[in-house]
Design a protein. Structure first.
Length: 171
């Protein structure tokens, strides 16, 4: 039976000399960068510069033509997308309009087999002051729902970031 567990690798995300070619067209050319562990990261640039292609390679939805992708000391370049411990927020949000805010957030947790989904979702909603909207199906809240779902999937990193913020406030 295949191992379907999500990798628990942690550490900096490293792209080393990453390239993607579609025939003669070069979408990403020799990109190297490091995203520190626990960071929220955004790629900005003009249309057609390779942002989405880069994110798709990190997510495992595209195979690089050259280069490597690693988390910490683990090379994830050829790892299946569903096994990568990464989350990407694309321009087109993968939300279910027929589900409530609560159910949209809980969806990924249930797929990962999280035991106490109700508590995790309620904590996330309260963190972003949306607890009172849990049963709403509001299109105005789409991005916040998606971000909450992604944050829950990465709750270990979120906890570290919150601890850092609390430490900074205490200083």
């Amino acid at each position: 039976m295949a191992n379907n567990k999500v990798s628990q690798d942690t550490g900096d995300l490293k792209l080393d000399r990453l390239s993607k070619h579609y025939g003669d067209f070069c979408a990403v050319d020799d990109l190297s960068l490091v995203v520190p562990d626990g960071s929220f990261f955004a790629l900005l640039g003009p249309s057609g510069c390779g942002k989405t292609t880069t994110l798709r390679m990190v997510a495992g939805l595209e195979e690089p033509s050259a280069g490597t992708i690693s988390i910490g000391d683990t090379d994830i370049t050829t790892q299946k997308s569903y096994r990568r411990n990464v989350n990407t927020v694309f321009q087109n949000y993968a939300l279910f309009p027929h589900l409530t805010i609560f159910e949209n957030i809980a969806f990924g947790l249930r797929r990962r087999g999280v035991k106490d989904v109700k508590t995790e979702v309620e904590n996330a909603l309260n963190l972003v002051e949306m607890g009172h909207l849990a049963q709403r199906k509001s299109g105005r809240q789409r991005l916040r729902r998606l971000l909450q779902r992604r944050l829950l999937q990465r709750r270990q990193r979120l906890r570290r970031q919150l601890q850092r913020r609390l430490q900074l406030r205490e200083q």
